[in-house]
Each structure stands twice: as structure tokens, then as C-alpha cells.
Design a protein around this ligand. Structure first.
Ligand SMILES: Nc1ncnc2c1ncn2[C@@H]1O[C@H](COP(=O)(O)OP(=O)(O)OP(=O)(O)O)[C@@H](O)[C@H]1O
Length: 367
């Protein structure tokens, strides 16, 4: 069952000449966590604020738990929307204890009931020892959990989080992400978080929505976004990848690096002989191999040391084992690809022989 549905939501600020959010539609099932990612100015925060009721859209409709909360001029006030919000700077009340901060949104409940709810939420967020402390006596990670507890205590239908991890250092951030996901999942709450960090999105969300210039480019599971991005922009956002130019030939693909056989489950049409395509694969989706096996080959142009792995920039180059048939490969000889390896001994000028473990066939993108 969908908890929240956005239908063609648009917003243009008065002083702006373009839409901050431009025709965005998606829906989320109960209990799903969505990460909104995109570069600065892509419209993520505006979209979150539209859902929270802090902005009103110029067009479109929002439904929350089967109730239309935004449509035309109609707009349910923020405090009636059953949404909880965690802000980037946590926005905790400095003069209130942790208990009082968490209890803040429970004014409608009887005292005993509110107290029970606060303790339940505090227990879940691991803050039992800190109830009497004030925010300044807690670490960044603990303050983050108080903000989360405060947003969760009223048991919202939807939790909204704006850059919830951006104030944490790298080590704490990894830990807090995991904790936040566990807490949200334990409560079965649907959540939307805004982040510009793709690692936040991958480790916390069930679905990721990529925004650019106010538009939703793709919304999918992390796995699909990583392995089957709908555009090179989305592909690049999530890591190094290759878009190898190829021509469909003889039941496979002729590339500047050699011939690639079709994968068993490759859906590409058999009548597309001579068609120009692109083979999309991530830098780690290759196996290095020896000259006796069928392989692609190239020459290492650049090696970049990246700690746990090395990135090789490989350009087209013939190797002695595959001289035969290499003339067809001259067409696109200025192409290069990136490969990832844990072997640290590669150096510029080395010949690399490799096989693609996995790839997706894409039509060339319209420019
Ligand atoms: N109050 C405002 N008045 C006018 N323009 C605004 C306002 N708030 C945001 N914008 C513009 O709307 C667009 C989207 O901004 P928004 O803050 O939603 O993007 P974002 O993806 O959240 O960016 P960031 O990651 O930097 O926070 C930008 O062009 C921004 O300049």
C-alpha cells in the first residue's frame, strides 16, 4: 500500500526564473526508506519542504495515507500532516533536557501516556542514560539520535530528514547511518532523507531518487541505480563506469578493445546487426585473463593508487595474441576505459587482457 504519492509536483520561487521542482511524481510503500540525491541546487530540500508543508507547490497533488494533503490551493497545515522532521543542524532546544526535547511533540497526549511514549522512543534510540542531560552535553552522534527520537515520538506516518548525517565526521557517520536505518526499520516508519552523499543513500535507503534541475531523473533500488542507470549522469553519480562504444556484429559486439560475446540473458534484439550501441559496465566488473583465452586488450595509460584498490586508465592497443581482426577496431581507437584492481604492480605501458563479467547494452544517449 502506498503511504505517500506525489503527482506532478512543481514549485517555482517568486524570485527565481526556473522551477526548483519540476513535475516530480513518485510513490512510496509503507516502511520504505527513500533517499533523495542530487547535486547542490537540484531541488531536494524544496521537495522535502513541499511534502512537510513548509512550502506550497504551484501545481500537483500530494496524498499521504490516502488523504489528499496538497491539491490546487488546498493545503493541510504542517502540524496536521503526521510527518516528523529531522533538520540538518538537529534544531534541538538547548534549554530543554533530552527527555523534554523528545516529549516536545506529545503535548496532545495525557502526561502518563506521553511519558511512556518518550521512554519507549528513548529506549529504541539508545539514549536511556542521557534523559536528564542537555543537548550541549552530548556528542554529535547522540544529538542526532535525540533529533530522531523527537521526530519519531509522535509516531508520524512519514519521517523527513534533511542531510541528517552531514554534521558527523566520517567514522561516526558510518555508525550513525546504520543505527538510523535500524531504528526506522524497527518502527516500520516510511522515511525520506535528503543527501548529496551517495554513500548515505546506498547504506540507508531502500530506494534512491536522483534529481537534477528540479526533475526526477530516476527512482530505483540502489542495486538497479548502480548496475543499470538510466543515463550517464546517474551512472557517474554513483562511481566510475564505462560506456564502451560498440557495433553489433556476429552475435556479439565489436569494440575498440576487441570482440565481446553476448551474455546469455542479453535482451538485445538479434536483428540489430551493425547497430551502434554502448556497453555499460562498472570499473570492477572485469576479470583479468591470459592471452590464450578469448579476451579484450588494451594498454595501461595511467595508474591511480586509491588505497584498497588501483584504478587503471586503459587505452585501445593491439596485443600480439589478437593481431588478427584488429583492423575493425581502428574506428574508435582513441577510447579509454577505467578498470579497478587490487593488484598494485601495474604500470603505464603494460598490456592488459581482460573479460567483461557483466555489462548492459545501451542505446547511445541523445546529446
Ligand atoms: N527561498 C528561495 N528563494 C528563491 N530560490 C530558492 C529558494 N530556495 C531554493 N531556491 C532555489 O531553488 C533551487 C533548488 O534549491 P534546493 O535548496 O531545493 O536544492 P538542493 O538540491 O536542496 O540544494 P543543496 O544540496 O545545496 O541544499 C536552487 O536553484 C535554489 O537556488
Amino acid at each position: 500500500m502506498s503511504i505517500i504519492t506525489l503527482n506532478n509536483i512543481s514549485k517555482k520561487y517568486r524570485s527565481a526564473d526556473k522551477y526548483a521542482v519540476d513535475g516530480v511524481s513518485f510513490s512510496l510503500e509503507k516502511g520504505e526508506i527513500l533517499a533523495l540525491v542530487g547535486e547542490s541546487g537540484s531541488g531536494k530540500t524544496t521537495l522535502l519542504r513541499l511534502i512537510a508543508g513548509l512550502e506550497h507547490p504551484d501545481g500537483g497533488e500530494i496524498t499521504l495515507n490516502n488523504e489528499i494533503i496538497v491539491s490546487g490551493r488546498k493545503s493541510l497545515p504542517t502540524n496536521k500532516r503526521k510527518t516528523g522532521m529531522v533538520f540538518q543542524d538537529y534544531a534541538l532546544f538547548p534549554h530543554l533536557t533530552i527527555f523534554e526535547n523528545v516529549a516536545f511533540g506529545l503535548k496532545g497526549l495525557k502526561k502518563k501516556e506521553a511519558e511512556k511514549r518518550v521512554y519507549e522512543t528513548i529506549e529504541l534510540t539508545g539514549l536511556k542514560e542521557d534523559v536528564k542531560k542537555y543537548p550541549h552535553q552530548l556528542s554529535g552522534g547522540q544529538q542526532q539520535r535525540v533529533a530522531l527520537a523527537r521526530a519519531l515520538a509522535p509516531r508520524p506516518e512519514l519521517l523527513l530528514m534533511d542531510e541528517p548525517f552531514s554534521n558527523l565526521d566520517t567514522i561516526l557517520r558510518d555508525q550513525v547511518r546504520e543505527e538510523v536505518r535500524q531504528i526506522i526499520k524497527a518502527m516500520g516508519i516510511t522515511a525520506i532523507l535528503v543527501t548529496h552523499d551517495t554513500k548515505d543513500a546506498f547504506s540507508t535507503a531502500d530506494k534512491i531518487a536522483v534529481m537534477l534541475n528540479g526533475k526526477l531523473l530516476q527512482i530505483d533500488t540502489p542495486d538497479t541505480l548502480y548496475n543499470d542507470p538510466s543515463s550517464s549522469y546517474v551512472a557517474e553519480l554513483f562511481g566510475k563506469s564505462n560506456n564502451l562504444e560498440a557495433t553489433v556484429e556476429d552475435g556479439g559486439f565489436n569494440t575498440p578493445f576487441g570482440f565481446v560475446s553476448k551474455l546469455a540473458d542479453c535482451p538485445f534484439a538479434t536483428d540489430s546487426e551493425n547497430c551502434k550501441v554502448k556497453l555499460f559496465f562498472r570499473a570492477e566488473e572485469t576479470d583479468f585473463c591470459n592471452a590464450e583465452e578469448p579476451h579484450l586488450c588494451g594498454m595501461v595509460e595511467q595508474c591511480t593508487y586509491l588505497g584498497d584498490h588501483m584504478q587503471l586508465k586503459v587505452c585501445c592497443n593491439r596485443c600480439t595474441a589478437c593481431e588478427k581482426g584488429s583492423t575493425e577496431r581502428n574506428l574508435l581507437e582513441n577510447q579509454s576505459i577505467l578498470l579497478k584492481t587490487t593488484v598494485q604492480t601495474w604500470k603505464p605501458g603494460d598490456i592488459v587482457r581482460f573479460k567483461l563479467k557483466n555489462f548492459k547494452v545501451k542505446e547511445p544517449e541523445a546529446q
